[in-house]
Design a protein around this ligand. Structure first.
Ligand SMILES: C[S@@+](CC[C@H](N)C(=O)[O-])C[C@H]1O[C@@H](n2cnc3c(N)ncnc32)[C@H](O)[C@@H]1O
Length: 387
C-alpha cells in the first residue's frame, strides 16, 4: 500500500521502503538540487585519490569492482564513479600493465530511489568496455565500465562476500535507518515534543539519536567488512558536526532546525495540523562528531582508519544572485524539499507539504543574508581499509 498521511507512523514505518530523495527532474528534485554536494565532493577529490592510491591492484584478469552506496538519482554519482575508475586505470598503467582489468560499478540505494532517472543519465558503454587503456580514456562521453543498480539498505548485506574493491558513499550515512522509537513515545524522556529535529532538543532525545546512529554505523561496517576484497578500500563522507554536543547539529541543525521547524509551527498555529502531527514527524538524520564515528569503527575492529577528519564543505545553497533574497529562500526550500520532501508528503499529504515548503521559502527569504553567511556544512570524511 502506498504510504498516505494516515497510515504512516514514523516510528514503525519501514523508512527504508519509502525514503528517497525527490526523484525526477523537477524544480525541487534531487537531480536539480545537488550542486552543493557536487561541489563539496569535488573539493575532497584529493582525499578520495589518496584512498584509491592505497587500493591493492590485482591481476587485470580479475574485474575491478566499485560500489557507490546511497548513490541517489543525480549526476554526482556518475561523475564520482568515473573519477574512481579513471584513477584506477592510470594506476594500472603506471604499474606497467598493458591492459587494465574490466571495471564494473554498482549504483546502490534504497528501492524507492529513482533508478530510472539515474540510468537515463548514464553515458553509453564504451565499445569493448574494459578494452585498452587508450580506448577507455579516449572514449569521452562514454563510460569505461559495466553498470548495475543494487536496491537495498546499506545497513545490511548488499553484495557477495569479498567482491568489492572500492566502496564509496557520500552524504548518505547521516540518514538513520529509523527515528528512534523513544523519540516518538510520549511517555519517554526522549520524546521530542514540539520539534521535528534534534537541533536544540533535550539531551535524552539527542542521545537516542546518537545511539541509533552508532548502531546503524556498526551494522554498515559489519556488512562491508564481509563484502570488501582484501586490499580494498572505503571512502565515506557524511554530514558531521564540530561541536561535541549532539543537540548542536551544525549545518544540518540550521537546515532542519530553524525555518523548516518554524514552518511546521506555522501549520500548527494556523490550525492546519494538530501539534501531535508535527511532534510525530522527526527527520531521521544525525550529524555525528568525529568521536561518535571513531568509537564505532574502533569497537567494530574490522577496519583500519587511514584518515578520519572533519572537512569544511561549505554552504549547501548554490545561487546565481546572492543579493536576491527570493532566490536564496527558494534555494533553501528546494534543498530541504529535495531531501526531506518525500517523507513530508507521506506524513501530511501533498497539499499540506506544499503549504509547508512555501512557508519555509518565505521565512528563508526574510533571512537570506544570514543564511548565506551562517549556513555551512561540515562533513566527516573517513578512509578505511580492512584491518
Ligand atoms: C543526499 S543523497 C546523496 C546522493 C549522492 N551520494 C550524492 O553525492 O549526491 C543521500 C542518499 O542516501 C540514500 N540512503 C539513505 N539511507 C539509506 C540506506 N539505509 N541504504 C541505502 N541508501 C540510503 C538516500 O535514499 C539518498 O539517495
Amino acid at each position: 500500500m502506498a504510504p498516505t498521511a494516515d497510515n504512516v507512523v514514523v516510528s514503525s514505518m519501514k523508512l527504508e521502503r519509502m525514503l528517497s530523495m525527490k526523484g525526477g527532474k523537477g524544480e525541487a528534485s534531487y537531480a536539480n538540487n545537488s550542486q552543493a554536494q557536487a561541489q563539496h565532493a569535488r573539493s575532497m577529490l584529493h582525499l578520495l585519490e589518496e584512498t584509491l592510491d592505497g587500493v591493492q591492484l590485482d591481476s587485470p584478469e580479475i574485474p575491478f569492482v566499485v560500489a557507490d552506496l546511497g548513490c541517489s538519482c543525480g549526476t554526482n554519482t556518475i561523475y564520482i564513479v568515473d573519477v574512481i575508475i579513471k584513477h584506477m586505470i592510470k594506476r594500472y598503467e603506471a604499474s606497467g600493465y598493458v591492459d587494465p582489468p574490466e571495471f564494473s560499478a554498482f549504483f546502490s540505494d534504497l528501492p524507492s530511489n529513482d533508478f530510472n532517472t539515474l540510468f537515463q543519465l548514464l553515458p553509453p558503454l564504451a565499445s569493448n568496455g574494459g578494452g585498452s587503456m587508450e580506448e577507455c580514456l579516449a572514449a569521452n562521453g562514454h563510460r569505461p565500465y559495466f553498470a548495475a543498480g543494487v536496491p537495498g539498505s546499506f545497513y545490511r548485506r548488499l553484495f557477495p562476500a569479498r567482491s568489492i574493491d572500492v566502496f564509496y558513499s557520500a552524504f548518505s550515512l547521516h540518514w538513520l535507518s529509523q527515528v528512534p522509537e523513544m523519540v516518538l513515545d510520549k511517555r519517554s524522556t526522549a520524546y521530542n515534543k514540539g520539534r521535528v529535529f534534534i537541533h536544540g532538543a533535550n539531551e535524552s532525545t539527542a542521545n537516542a539519536y546518537r545511539k541509533q546512529f552508532q548502531g546503524d554505523l556498526a551494522k554498515f561496517l559489519r556488512s562491508r567488512s564481509q563484502e570488501m576484497k582484501r586490499g580494498g578500500s572505503m571512502f565515506l563522507v557524511c554530514l558531521g558536526r564540530t561541536s561535541v554536543d549532539p543537540t548542536d547539529q551544525g549545518g544540518a541543525g540550521l537546515l532542519f532546525g530553524t525555518h523548516f521547524q518554524d514552518a511546521w509551527n506555522d501549520l500548527v498555529q494556523e490550525g492546519l495540523i494538530a501539534s501531535e502531527k508535527r511532534d510525530n514527524f522527526n527527520i531521521p538524520v544525525y550529524a555525528p562528531s568525529i568521536q561518535d564515528f571513531k568509537e564505532v569503527v574502533e569497537a567494530d575492529g574490522s577496519f583500519a582508519i587511514n584518515k578520519l577528519e572533519v572537512f569544511k564543505g561549505g554552504s549547501p545553497l548554490v545561487v546565481n544572485c546572492p543579493d536576491d533574497a527570493i532566490e536564496v529562500g527558494r534555494a533553501l526550500a528546494n534543498s530541504c524539499r529535495a531531501v526531506s520532501g518525500v517523507l513530508v508528503d507521506a506524513h501530511i499529504g501533498d497539499w499540506l507539504s506544499e503549504e509547508l515548503f512555501s512557508r519555509v521559502e518565505s521565512r528563508a527569504s526574510s533571512h537570506a543574508k544570514e543564511l548565506l553567511e551562517q549556513l555551512q556544512f561540515f562533513h566527516i570524511v573517513a578512509s578505511l581499509s580492512l584491518a
